[in-house]
Design a protein around this ligand. Structure first.
Ligand code: URA
Length: 296
């Protein structure tokens, strides 16, 4: 990702090494290192690299990562980003994620299932599990990438500056998170329910571990239309390695469970905050969304 899809990096005192740090400053510096993932260099599970099988054997074992919910028309969502190998503990965690997601029969059960899942390291550095916002009966579901700092603090998606722009954009076509009418509201989720430390890009492994929950989320919320916000979301949902610059504005159908759902890739609002000249494309996409809603 060549832009920060979430919020800005935390601000630090300037040049802290040029003078003695107070206790408070030292604690803030330490917190910043932790939030940047500096403590993640050592994994929780030891890896015996002498016993790792060959790349090709591992690549074969990765096959089950592809979400069964994606129909034959779809390329595997992780085809472009997944490494050739996933460690055994990740493959086990993925099986657990699928089991937990599959057992959930309501959105609240799914939220509890995600909260109980210990297989993704992001959970240990995040403050909140950010599950959803908006009207659960909305016909339109927006799927972003991952929570940023504000979302992690408040436990709701898109509540920072990008979220404020998102609210204005969708209000312009008469869609609000808070409206009780399914035809006039939106529901919001993310590919990842936990903030990557320091807003770094999520790894293919982290995405793989969270995808079963998102797919079940879509099955349970039953949107009639999905809007994929930004490159990470659209690549995963459409199962393509093509970037958002080419896919935005082009409707595509995806199969999830028994349903076929139209997906509209759009620029991420964080990108639009930085590149306001691109807002005209977002406006065109919103008009296209409005027309599609009218046709439902
Ligand atoms: N960006 C996202 O992709 N999701 C959020 O929830 C917030 C910012």
């Amino acid at each position: 990702m060549n832009y920060s899809a979430r919020d800005d990096p935390e601000s630090m005192n300037s040049n802290p090494d040029k003078r003695d740090l107070s206790g408070q400053e030292a604690a803030a510096l330490l917190a910043w290192y932790v939030s940047s993932g500096a403590d993640e260099a050592v994994g929780e599970v030891p890896v015996n690299r002498f016993e790792l099988p060959s790349q090709s054997a591992r690549a074969a074992s990765v096959a089950p990562v592809v979400p069964a919910a994606f129909g034959a028309r779809q390329t595997p969502p992780l085809a472009s980003t997944q490494p050739a190998a996933l460690p055994d503990h990740t493959i086990d965690a993925l099986a657990t994620a699928r089991e937990l997601a599959g057992a959930a029969t309501t959105l609240e059960e799914l939220r509890a299932a995600i909260e109980s899942f210990e297989g993704c390291g992001l959970k240990s550095t995040a403050h909140s599990t950010v599950f959803c916002d908006g009207n659960p009966t909305a016909r339109v579901m927006l799927v972003g990438e991952a929570p940023g700092k504000d979302e992690d603090r408040l436990g709701r998606p898109f509540v920072g500056p990008a979220g404020q722009l998102l609210d204005r954009m969708f209000a312009a076509i008469d869609l609000k998170r808070t409206d009780e009418d399914p035809a006039k509201s939106i529901y919001i989720a993310n590919i990842l329910p936990w903030r990557p430390p320091g807003n770094r890009d999520p790894s293919a492994e982290e995405i793989a571990l969270c995808l079963p929950f998102l797919l079940r989320h879509i099955e349970l919320q039953k949107p009639q239309i999905i809007v994929a916000l930004g490159g990470v979301s659209s690549k995963q949902l459409l199962g393509t390695s093509t970037g958002i610059m080419k896919t935005r504005g082009r409707w595509a159908d995806i199969s999830i469970g028994e349903r076929t759902i139209p997906v509209l890739p759009m620029f991420h609002p964080a990108y639009l905050l930085r590149q306001s000249a691109q807002k005209r494309y977002a406006w065109a996409d919103l008009q296209s969304l409005r027309a599609r809603i009218e046709a439902l």
